[in-house]
Ligand binder design. Structure first.
Ligand code: PMP
Length: 378
């Protein structure tokens, strides 16, 4: 029998909700979702193709559930990238850092518990909270998008969260956090009493470093704090620096105890043999891919200088995107760019727009289009 009304017993908090996602439009210059503009080189494609072909021979079997080979390769990569030595058992990997984040809240959030972050920040966080029945509380960032330590400490003392999410560099602002801010938050987190957790457990602090490889010289990663802080998790992704958003491979580094908690909530065989093989293949080309990151960083810094020279306000950025503004009618600027074949993102506080760093040709198209749009504004 079918129900006469066609209605579904949807959870009330999902009623009227739209699936998350920026518009996927067919436009010549795509600078809207912070992708790496460079497709994998022929070398990278050849290695992925060969290694995936090899993995395909074993597809009758389930993949390595613990993905230990891949986790070892990621540990080796982080050692090269940040100079921090980690065991493979201190790394966890999943289908994008989105999934890593969801697993963190599945393990450490939940009904009756709270996750705290500082807005403006990545707009998916409230959705992970909703989907794991975790209460979402957003503290605020300063006018310049930095985090005030006193404010952060007060919010943590008041809300007693089981999870604190810091994003560095932050999306959509590009702001990286100095380590003393992360350390102050770790201290406040250690004093939290989560009602249904053992005494002294404190809160878990997650530093989302999806854009870490693009940080400017002298900006540290939170990976160096891991040894002293077993409640810290630093998440990364291959979507941005490795130019592999389509691969869906995110990961984190943490204490082995924290990683083991995530192993409890993951779905069995969540990471396919194909994904594992392709990610390991891409990691073989780390040197070439990181050289590309260097040129994107330079491109980003040039774009910041150019925007400021036009009299446009720009938030300091350690990421592969730039938040700029402020416009009385940002929608008109966004639409004007789109009309000229350049798609950027209308996101962030009122008046601001975000543009991802593209190839030099794409950046030139963006600059021309923006100059044109600004001349045409009333
Ligand atoms: N964290 C931040 C701050 C992001 O901006 C993004 C992607 N936009 C992610 C996590 C998720 O990235 P992925 O799932 O592709 O690893």
């Amino acid at each position: 029998m079918t129900t006469p009304t066609g209605l579904l017993p949807l959870r009330p908090e999902l009623a009227g909700e739209e699936p998350y996602g920026a518009p996927q439009l067919d436009v010549p210059v795509l600078l809207n979702v912070n992708e790496n503009p460079y497709p994998p080189s022929d070398d990278v494609v050849a290695t992925i193709a060969a290694d995936v072909a090899e993995a395909a021979r074993g597809l009758n079997r389930y993949p390595d559930r613990d993905a230990l080979g891949l986790r070892g390769d990621l540990a080796a990569y982080l050692r090269t990238e940040s100079g921090v030595a980690l065991e493979p058992t201190q790394i966890w990997a999943a289908n994008g850092s989105n999934e890593v984040m969801l697993q963190l809240l599945q393990a450490f959030g939940g009904p009756g518990r709270t996750v705290v972050s500082f807005a403006p920040t990545y707009s998916m966080y409230p959705e992970y909270a909703r989907d794991t029945h975790t209460r979402w509380v957003a503290g605020r960032r300063n006018e310049d998008f930095t985090i005030d330590v006193d404010h952060a400490t007060q919010v943590i003392e008041r809300e007693q969260p089981s999870v604190i999410l810091l994003t560095s560099p932050n999306n959509p602002t590009g702001t990286a956090l100095p380590l003393d801010v992360v350390e102050a938050v770790l201290d406040a987190a250690a004093c939290v009493r989560v009602p249904d957790a053992p005494d002294g457990a404190g809160a878990v602090v997650v530093v989302d470093e999806a854009y870490a490889e693009f940080r400017r010289r002298g900006t540290p990663s939170a990976l160096g704090l891991l040894e002293a802080h077993p409640n810290l998790a630093v998440s990364r992704t291959m979507s941005k620096a490795f130019g592999a958003a389509g691969l869906r491979l995110g990961y984190l580094a943490a204490s082995e105890r924290l990683v083991d908690a995530l192993r409890v909530v993951r779905l069995p065989y969540h990471l396919s043999a194909i994904t594992q093989a392709a990610a390991r293949a891409a990691l073989k080309h780390t040197d070439a891919l990181m050289a590309q990151v260097g040129s994107l960083r330079a491109e980003r810094d040039d774009l910041v200088v150019w925007l400021r020279a036009q009299g446009i306000e720009v938030a300091d950025t350690d990421a592969n995107f730039v938040l700029f503004g402020r416009f009385d009618d940002r929608r008109a600027v966004w639409q004007g760019l789109l009309d000229r074949g350049v798609l950027i993102r209308e996101v962030g506080p009122p008046g601001w727009l975000r543009v991802s760093v593209g190839t030099p040709v794409e950046t030139a198209r963006f600059k021309d289009a923006l100059s044109d749009v600004l001349l045409a504004l009333p």
